[in-house]
Design a protein around this ligand. Sequence first.
Ligand SMILES: *[C@@H]1O[C@H](CO)[C@@H](O)[C@H](O)[C@H]1NC(C)=O
Ligand SMILES: *[C@@H]1O[C@H](CO)[C@@H](O)[C@H](O)[C@H]1NC(C)=O
Ligand SMILES: *[C@@H]1O[C@H](CO)[C@@H](O)[C@H](O)[C@H]1NC(C)=O
Ligand SMILES: *[C@@H]1O[C@H](CO)[C@@H](O)[C@H](O)[C@H]1NC(C)=O
Ligand SMILES: *[C@@H]1O[C@H](CO)[C@@H](O)[C@H](O)[C@H]1NC(C)=O
Ligand SMILES: *[C@@H]1O[C@H](CO)[C@@H](O)[C@H](O)[C@H]1NC(C)=O
Ligand SMILES: *[C@@H]1O[C@H](CO)[C@@H](O)[C@H](O)[C@H]1NC(C)=O
Ligand SMILES: *[C@@H]1O[C@H](CO)[C@@H](O)[C@H](O)[C@H]1NC(C)=O
Ligand SMILES: *[C@@H]1O[C@H](CO)[C@@H](O)[C@H](O)[C@H]1NC(C)=O
Length: 279
Amino acid sequence: MYLQYLSQKVFFPILIVTLISICIQYFSVSAQEDELYLACNTTFNCSNMEGVGYPFWGPTRRDYCGHPKFELNCSGEAPVITINSTGYRVLGIDSSEHFLTVARTDYWNDSCPQEHKNATLDSTFFDYTSETQDLTLYYRCSSAVIVGVSSQFSCPNDGTTVTNLFATDNTKKLLYTFIQTCQESVVVRISDSEAGVIEEAVNALSQPNLTAALVSGFQMEWEANNSRCDECVKSDGVCGYNHTTGEFTCYCKDRPYGFMCGSDSPPSKFRFSSPPIRF
Ligand SMILES: *[C@@H]1O[C@H](CO)[C@@H](O)[C@H](O)[C@H]1NC(C)=O
Ligand SMILES: *[C@@H]1O[C@H](CO)[C@@H](O)[C@H](O)[C@H]1NC(C)=O
Ligand SMILES: *[C@@H]1O[C@H](CO)[C@@H](O)[C@H](O)[C@H]1NC(C)=O
Ligand SMILES: *[C@@H]1O[C@H](CO)[C@@H](O)[C@H](O)[C@H]1NC(C)=O
Ligand SMILES: *[C@@H]1O[C@H](CO)[C@@H](O)[C@H](O)[C@H]1NC(C)=O
Ligand SMILES: *[C@@H]1O[C@H](CO)[C@@H](O)[C@H](O)[C@H]1NC(C)=O
Ligand SMILES: *[C@@H]1O[C@H](CO)[C@@H](O)[C@H](O)[C@H]1NC(C)=O
Ligand SMILES: *[C@@H]1O[C@H](CO)[C@@H](O)[C@H](O)[C@H]1NC(C)=O
Ligand SMILES: *[C@@H]1O[C@H](CO)[C@@H](O)[C@H](O)[C@H]1NC(C)=O
């Protein structure tokens, strides 16, 4: 009887102490979130743009929170992304569609930059969307033969014998004989809607607005392991990049994972011939 009383008297405090310590341990572990997760579970402000997230990073967001090809320069009035050595002013970011609206910095509000160069996208990561098309700017054309043509623009230092032309693929045919006289050309990208405005103006023999087309930019689609990132976000993780392995990483509350929170192996939609290693 006394023994039973003693065991109860001793057992209950021990049980309670054990339960409390388990609780403390549980809550302190769950409160201590992975530091990479905390560092990347943020967005940043870049120039005139707020709330920018993966795959972008920059002066106030660490490189491991983004993808290496998506660094933004925030020192100007708008964010600038550099793709294969050409700078693009970022006008809009649509994270859910992975669309970027941009305009080349050298042709931003300037039809006559000093250097005329064609830009190419790094096609592994970027692609023009289908709602865009080429606009060709022709420089140093003979002004003698070009009278009454509406798609002209002038550049500083042109002189009186020289003019410049611009044409969409559709209006090139109309301007063919004049284009022959031009000494240089460059291809830039514009939106289909701006191209439509240019074409309508040409057909109505009014002055199409080249500046408006350049300033409004065009859309590109990006690929930064998009589907992997979507899976990661669905599992409550945040997307990032491991510079040691050179691979996409999913930062989770407990630790980083290769694919999504709780899994270092690909989910079924990524599985191909060989079965993944199970843990
Ligand atoms: C950060 O994490 C919280 C939940 O833990 C989530 O609600 C929030 O949207 C996250 N923020 C970003 C920018 O990922
Ligand atoms: C971004 O700008 C908004 C509005 O100015 C501000 O509320 C927010 O705190 C800024 N975020 C950061 C991370 O600076
Ligand atoms: C950002 O752009 C400015 C202006 O073009 C340039 O001076 C600066 O070096 C760039 N910064 C980085 C980190 O590339
Ligand atoms: C474009 O340049 C002109 C003159 O250089 C300037 O007056 C105008 O404000 C600029 N427009 C934009 C949208 O930057
Ligand atoms: C740009 O590309 C066009 C068409 O491919 C070509 O005719 C033109 O010479 C190129 N311009 C420059 C400056 O390289
Ligand atoms: C980058 O541009 C250069 C010419 O400026 C071109 O030769 C090269 O193929 C481009 N690289 C990519 C990845 O598009
Ligand atoms: C062309 O568009 C620009 C920018 O939208 C505007 O400031 C300018 O007045 C327009 N010029 C003409 C001739 O319509
Ligand atoms: C992630 O992206 C890199 C380059 O963009 C590519 O080589 C790799 O195959 C991608 N991985 C997955 C699982 O999509
Ligand atoms: C990158 O991966 C290596 C090897 O798996 C790992 O040791 C390291 O902690 C990871 N770094 C980040 C920032 O996730």
